[in-house]
Design a protein around this ligand. Structure first.
Ligand code: BG6
Length: 488
């Protein structure tokens, strides 16, 4: 159990992400004995808070059932400083505070700068951290950067240039919280740890792969951000393409960040570009209309606050990705993601090819294909759909399902994605963070689609809230003789 000694500096300490995810995650690390007493957290924000205000906020962000004594001890490591990101003086004061904390908490100059605020300042902050000397310490310095990492390839390149002025690639940790999820990390183990799967993992035996990430929530109070982003930039560019890479990559030579990332990058390089006029043959965009979620009536996207009543922003994307590699030639990877759908669920379905001949059913009937289902959330586990004998004397086969529930067996809480990722960064393990090359290639792919969508000639479909998306997404698969395997 390695206990890192470092100071975590959070830009955006008064914000939503810090309260919802970061403070509880750091607390869990502390409680789980993963941090020594030698750590400090410095919260920065524009508001004139004191250490006490921050500590109260941290307390409120933790669950009700925690031990008060432990919370007190934990909160003593938190400090707040009002901060103006454009003001050099702020950086000088911060440096003084960080040096004091190094002495007070016996921290050997290790610093993580966590950008959890509006992305327009990421570049300015990185530049100032370097020019004002905050990256010169006796220990290491690292930068954690939240999405969105740019809005398209040129803006991502610009941002990358700015942060690279101050931090080298191996000091930059680009967060994709899906990479911190237990079952997303399990994809590698299921694939590379099991002889029964890895040998079948190619176009010889796999018919198609489907990834669904559906949400019941709407755009909530993020209309301003979401109008400029849409589901393509918000979910596909990062989370969905990361899952495609993990499912399609070749086995890495070793389990090092370099080897794993290099295999994932090859997948992104092999994604077949789609000519502008063909985009609608491969990608469907849609927007939620009014409907019902869990018995409650909900409004359509265009009536949400901070949303243009004639908005063309997509809240749903379905797509067919083609990977031009020996392993995957001819195997479609279907993805879909959207808001205000019937269920909150992330699942991967691997559909295996049919046997060449059907011995057990009538000629008109089809044997159920074998499926491997990886349940990423809310359930964590895997299911395998096989065929068994139909009970009784009539003969024939029926599908049977073997289920393994990961979170039922591991009764301890699975660590939150953020908990794991913050700890990885403290340890200097960048495996589950996005490398610049991945960001670069994924934007190249996404820009191709969004460019085509900029033209309003391409349909934006509507789907009822509480459904599983528009009909056009079903037709996308039907054209290939496939269909979505239903969720739950
Ligand atoms: C975020 C998106 O990256 O992922 C959100 O910005 C989305 O719009 C969220 O709701 C989904 O994450 P999860 O972990 O709830 O599936």
């Amino acid at each position: 159990n390695i206990k890192p000694k470092s100071t975590l500096v959070i830009f955006g300490a008064t914000g939503d992400l810090a309260k919802r995810k970061l403070y509880p995650s750091i607390f869990n690390l502390f409680k789980g004995n993963k941090l020594s007493e030698e750590f400090a957290v410095v919260g920065l924000g524009r508001r004139p808070w004191s250490n006490e205000t921050l500590r109260d906020t941290v307390k409120q962000s933790l669950g009700q059932n925690e031990d008060d004594g432990l919370i007190e001890r934990f909160c003593e490591h938190f400090y707040y400083m009002p901060f103006d990101v454009q003001e050099k003086n702020s950086y000088h004061e911060l440096n003084v505070l960080l040096n004091e904390l190094d002495t007070k908490h016996h921290i050997p100059g290790n610093r993580i700068f966590y950008m959890a605020m509006a992305p327009e300042f990421f570049g300015t902050i990185a530049t100032n951290l370097k020019s004002e000397g905050l990256t010169e310490t006796n220990g290491w310095t690292r930068l954690i950067i939240e999405k969105p990492f740019g809005h398209d390839l040129p803006s991502a390149q610009q941002l990358n240039r700015e942060i690279r002025e101050a931090f080298s690639e191996d000091e930059i940790y680009r967060i994709d919280h899906y990479l911190g999820k237990e079952m997303v990390q399990n994809i590698e183990v299921i694939r590379f740890g099991n002889a029964i799967f890895e040998h079948l993992w190619s176009n010889r035996y796999i018919e198609n792969i489907q990834i669904t990430s559906s949400e019941t929530l709407g755009v909530e109070d993020r209309g301003g951000y979401y109008e400029k982003s849409g589901a393509l930039r918000d979910m596909v560019q990062n989370h969905m393409l990361q899952m495609v890479s993990l499912l399609a990559m070749d086995p890495p030579l070793r389990l090092t960040p370099e080897e794993i990332r290099s295999e994932k990058i090859k997948v992104l390089r092999a994604l077949r570009p789609i000519p502008n006029e063909k985009v609608s043959d491969y990608f469907v965009r849609a927007q939620y209309g009014p409907g019902e979620i869990d018995g409650n009536e909900v409004a359509g996207y265009r009536s949400e606050s901070n949303v243009d009543p004639e908005s063309y922003t997509e809240t749903y994307v379905a797509g067919k990705l083609v990977i031009d590699s020996h392993r995957w030639a001819g195997v479609p990877f279907y993805i879909r993601t959207g808001k205000r759908l019937r269920v909150k669920s992330t699942e991967v379905v691997i559909q295996f090819k049919d046997l060449p001949m059907n011995l057990y059913l009538n000629k008109e009937e089809k044997v159920h294909p074998n499926l491997l289902i990886i349940h990423i959330q809310p359930d964590e586990g895997i299911s395998l759909v096989l065929n068994g004998k139909k009970m009784g004397m009539s003969g024939g086969s029926v599908p049977v399902q073997l289920d393994y529930c990961n979170d039922c067996v591991n009764t301890g809480n699975t660590p939150e994605a953020y908990e794991r990722l913050i700890y990885d960064c403290m340890l200097g393990d960048a495996t589950n963070f996005a490398h610049w090359d991945e960001v670069d290639l994924s934007w190249t792919y996404i820009d191709m689609i969004s460019k085509a969508w900029e033209s309003r000639d391409i349909d934006i479909h509507t789907y009822e809230s509480g459904s599983m998306g528009p009909k056009a997404a079903d037709e996308l698969l039907e054209r290939d003789g496939n269909h979505w395997w239903s969720i739950n």
